[in-house]
Design a protein around this ligand. Structure first.
Ligand code: MIC
Ligand code: SF4
Length: 755
């Protein structure tokens, strides 16, 4: 039985009217993205067309998903909103807090003990407020959502940047911070700047070694980590329809790595097959009934240049497998060029570990294709050179692949099967020897490979590839091995080639599972109590942030001028810090500890302007806070790229940083800063980054007349007594300015309780 079928019926029932209204105001055929967006307007039927990339629009998403590491903050905020029950179907998934070390069973047992307090908290809040709860071990949020909740034409938000994965089933699914999720669960509209649209036409057909992953690895190479910012990417063409639904999920999933708001595909037979295979024939039947609304109008795909802001065409028949990395997911190298490129860059070529799975690539198809390679190891007399690990995406996938013998096949090449959880992907990997910080290479089928992300070692060169190629490179133990052309030497000294991977899109015998790990909420949760111990180190109830003081903000110390890439992994690292995701004060001790200080090129070492001494970033900021002095953080391009974690915005807010001034922002992080009552500013002239000096005291002028589209002025007071003014831009609309004034969006919801 499908979850929330009545909600899906209601969405489909209104689509015809809403899409017709939209077509009228837009005045031309519609893309799929527009159909979904316009049929989820808070106002109901569209009365005017929105300008892409310019207009802020209120939407009513159909559902909300949260994972354990971000759900804690989201729900701590929701608890303050004064609502008895969530307004839309919502779920919590326990996947980020399980350390991968030995094997699934043992690791899970340890994690459930260690994080008992947090899991109990999430389970009881879910129970109380009507939220579906997926226990530790049930699987990774995005895989569980794809298997159970995603539906063509739907719109959802989730407190994780890879929520976009559900685009594989034709949704518009968007990653957000917890405060946004809190709004939607409280029944408020959700605001988004109407996105621009990128159309990607896939011609030809995937074959041989090339996998869906290679499509997105290639796209990342073309668009870079910033290229999708503010855009929805819509895929279409014969190559798209010929691909599996889960393959589409992989492509959408990693669309987060190009900064895209989300990615999506039109409803087709692959989606129908997947819905039926995952027990949702009813949804497939409903979708078949309104098929034409679940894809773009025919004119759009026939002449995409007229309807999209940018069009890219990729011929899948010619697409080579790619390997992206190290340290950035957009550094794309075709497999045939790796030898040359690795040598030129001095990348270590011995592969130490191959890791497959994660929310990006753990479908039945992925695993069966990887297993077809693992099988060849024994048959061809080979020996696997690297270590090999698997993190299945859900219990349903794990149970089914175990039944079908794939786990046994992997065990024969010495694999470790970790729990159905994020594990190494998010740095929950107790990798032996990582603390020695040796230069080494790993290859994985995950989506992100920022420095130190997987094992905490900044000298680990992590490369991203398809599960098939990851398996082949692990067998070879060599990053430069090209399975399309190269031979391996087996134990007998013979030269052998690996055969192309083969697999099944869906299990022939159907999916199976004994206990999927789902816990339904109480029908009436009013009697359920949620306990947060005041002495807890892992959970802390939130105190409201102070409102704006009503004046210009002056005398801010420069906390750090961050140099180069500053992702959310640099601002609020994960790994060991994940344990404090529910305790704002404790997690604040990781604030910006991964960022590089422009002035001394060191990580986590900034000057305390009060003493002249260098110390760790959180310590310096706490020293300012103790004196009641505010500060400002300066950054480079695409600041806050990566995760949706709002801790990266709440920590500076909590510790007294007032503004973040950068060359450009990643979307989710910019919104998170606004939501928490911070000033998110951009240089009007990017060169002004160079004017910021280490001992600057900075004033923000113009706040008493703070208004949309009106720049503010910053006065840089240098320590030689001189000062200069620079102009800074912002993207606040009227509503967001109210958040700033109230000291955060939540203060506004709080104030409305009882009204
Ligand atoms: C990630 O992939 O970086 C995460 C961990 O899933 C994050 C969420 C988080 O930081 O909790 C994300 O992508 O949003
Ligand atoms: Fe988990 Fe990694 Fe997926 Fe994020 S990207 S949800 S950490 S598996």
């Amino acid at each position: 039985m499908a979850f929330d079928i009545e909600m899906i019926k209601a969405v489909y029932a209104r689509m015809d009217e809403r899409i017709n209204a939209a077509r009228k105001v837009v005045g031309k055929p519609l893309t799929l993205s527009e159909k979904i967006l316009y049929s989820h307007l808070t106002q109901g039927n569209a009365t005017s067309a929105y300008q892409r990339g310019a207009d802020y629009v209120d939407f009513n998403p159909d559902r909300v998903a949260m994972q354990d590491a971000t759900a804690q903050m989201a729900l701590l905020q929701f608890m303050q909103a004064g609502r008895p029950k969530v307004a839309v179907p919502s779920t919590v998934h326990c996947d980020h807090l399980i350390m991968a070390k030995d094997e699934a069973g043992k690791d899970l047992e340890i994690a459930t003990k260690e994080s008992k307090e947090v899991f109990d908290f999430l389970a009881s809040v879910s129970n109380k407020y009507g939220i579906g709860f997926w226990k530790p071990g049930a699987g990774i949020i995005h895989q569980v959502v794809l298997e159970n909740y995603a539906f063509p034409g739907g719109m959802m938000i989730g407190t994780d940047s890879h929520t976009v994965n559900a685009g594989g089933l034709g949704m518009v699914a968007i990653g957000v911070g917890g405060a946004d999720a809190c709004d939607v669960m409280a029944g408020l509209p959700w605001e988004l700047k109407f996105p621009k649209l990128i159309g990607i036409k896939l011609t030809g057909k995937l074959s041989g070694w090339t996998a869906p992953k290679d499509v997105i690895l290639k796209v990342a190479g073309i668009l870079t980590v910033k290229g999708g910012t503010g855009c929805i990417v819509e895929y279409f063409g014969e190559g798209a329809t010929a691909m599996s639904c889960t393959g589409k999920g992989t492509i959408c999933n990693m669309g987060a790595e190009i900064g895209a708001t989300t990615s999506t595909f039109g409803y087709d037979e692959s989606m129908e097959r997947y819905l039926r295979a995952t027990g949702r024939a009813e949804v497939a039947d409903l979708a078949n009934g309104i098929k034409h609304h679940l894809t773009a109008d025919a004119e759009v795909y026939a002449n995409p240049e007229q309807y999209f802001d940018q069009v890219i065409e990729i011929n899948l028949s010619e697409l080579e497998p790619h390997i992206n990395g190290p340290f950035s997911p957009d550094l794309a190298t075709p497999v045939s060029k790796m030898k040359e490129v690795a040598q030129a860059n001095g990348w270590p070529t011995k592969v130490e570990v191959g890791l497959i799975g994660s929310c990006t690539n753990s479908s039945y198809e992925d695993i069966s294709r990887a297993a077809s390679l693992a099988k060849q190891v024994a048959v061809k007399g080979l020996k696997t050179k690297a270590e090999f690990t698997i993190t299945p995406g859900s219990e349903q996938v794990r149970y089914t692949i175990a039944r079908d013998g794939f786990i046994d096949t992997f065990n024969q090449i010495g694999a470790k099967v970790f729990a159905n959880a994020c594990g190494p992907c998010i740095g929950m990997w107790n990798r032996v020897g990582a603390d020695k910080k040796e230069k080494n290479t790993i290859v994985h089928s995950f989506n992100r490979n920022f420095q130190a992300r997987q094992d905490g070692n900044p000298n680990t060169y992590a490369f991203v590839a398809s599960p098939e190629l990851t398996t082949a490179l692990a067998i070879a133990g060599d990053l430069t091995f090209n399975p399309l052309t190269d031979k391996l030497v087996n134990e007998k000294g013979e030269h052998v080639m690996l055969d192309e991977p083969t697999g099944d899109e869906l299990p022939n015998k159907g999916f199976a599972v004994e206990d999927a790990g789902y816990q339904a909420p109480a029908a009436d949760g009013s009697g359920v109590s949620v306990i947060v111990e005041p002495t807890s180190t892992r959970l802390q109830l939130l105190e409201p942030f102070a409102a704006w003081e009503g004046t210009n903000i002056t005398g801010l110390k420069l906390l750090i001028k961050a140099k180069g890439k500053c992702t959310t992994d640099h601002i609020s690292p994960a790994g060991k810090w994940l344990m404090y995701r529910g305790h704002l004060d404790n997690i604040s001790n990781n604030m910006l500890t991964g960022a590089t200080n422009f002035f001394n090129e060191k990580i986590n070492s900034v000057k305390n302007q009060l003493t002249g001494e260098y110390a760790e970033v959180p310590a310096v900021q706490r020293a300012y806070k103790a004196q009641g002095i505010g500060s400002i953080v300066v950054g480079d391009e695409n600041y806050g790229e990566g995760s949706s974690r709002e801790h990266a915005a709440m920590e500076p807010r909590h510790l007294g940083v007032r503004a973040v001034l950068v060359k450009s922002f990643a979307r989710i992080h910019e919104t998170n800063l606004k939501k928490q009552g911070m000033l998110a500013l951009t240089f009007a002239n990017k060169e002004d980054y160079n004017k910021i000096q280490e001992n600057d005291t900075i004033d923000i002028v113009g706040l008493t007349t703070f208004a949309p589209n009106q720049p503010l002025t910053l006065v840089l007071n240098h320590d030689d007594g001189s000062n200069e003014e620079i102009t800074v831009n912002h993207s606040y609309n009227d509503q967001q300015i109210e958040w700033f004034k109230a000291g955060g969006a939540l203060n506004i919801i709080r104030a409305s309780i009882g009204k």
